[in-house]
Design a protein around this ligand. Sequence first.
Ligand SMILES: O=P(O)(O)OC[C@H]1O[C@H](O[C@H]2O[C@H](CO)[C@@H](O)[C@H](O)[C@H]2O)[C@H](O)[C@@H](O)[C@@H]1O
Length: 269
Amino acid sequence: MPVGNLITLRNDIDFSRTLENYASTKKTLAVLLDYDGTLAPIAAHPNDTRIPQETDVQLKQLVTRDDVFVAVISGRGVDDVRSKVNIDNVTYAGNHGLEILYPDGTRYNYPISEDLKSNYTKMVDTLNENFAHDGAWVENKKASLTFHYRNVPAELQNELKEEVKKTVKGFGFRANQAHMAIEAKPPVEWNKGMASLCILENKFGKDWSDKAKVFFAGDDTTDEDAMKALKNKGISFRIANSNQIETYADYRLESPLGVGKLLKWLANR
Ligand SMILES: O=P(O)(O)OC[C@H]1O[C@H](O[C@H]2O[C@H](CO)[C@@H](O)[C@H](O)[C@H]2O)[C@H](O)[C@@H](O)[C@@H]1O
């Protein structure tokens, strides 16, 4: 993955200078957004997140337009992220793209084998029995899980993380580091990148890049799959507090508030 001085965009002047050429092409605007850490700032508990009011206003305005398409692609369960964003006429993907919920209510679920399902259940039970203590807990999202250790005393975290990753891998799942959490995902060839391409093809057809100008924003390692898939086909933003970061993104935004500013610029131009 490329590492380097990722260019930071902070305001309308930066957006106009760097994005105007692409944004002014006569194509439908497609905005694909991660939820936690991107639309909504990270909170101590997943139930406590909220999209900042300014961002919410811009999103609600964008989804009413015929020339705009919006999708939210999250690691959360799809119904959870749908209820957090709570805006109609948006395509939602959950469990890192394994579940997709279209605005007309139709759903796509990536097929998971019975063996993987059975291992998943055993993995949830094992993690709950052995590691859900000292403030750690398991978020069971049915297709993937998140092991949260944010509230675990700092001196216990490293050993706990290693044990959890070992356990996840022992059940044949992939373990990804996330914000104060380990994500356990099934070992399937499907991720936020493939889900993004699937959503764009579903909406615009196989030649989606001729029809849509795509902006993607995300803050986490799992979002890199989408940034990689969209490299040179759209513009990606990584929300990060440093510009020295390994990423496929084209630009950096400093925080979820920057995402709100970007949406406002896109909506008003
Ligand atoms: O793909 P995302 O929409 O970014 O979801 C990734 C995970 O986000 C949530 O966990 C993270 O955010 C929580 C709320 O801010 C925070 O408390 C936690 O420490 C973070 O890891 C969510 O709970 C997971 O299910 C998502 O996979």
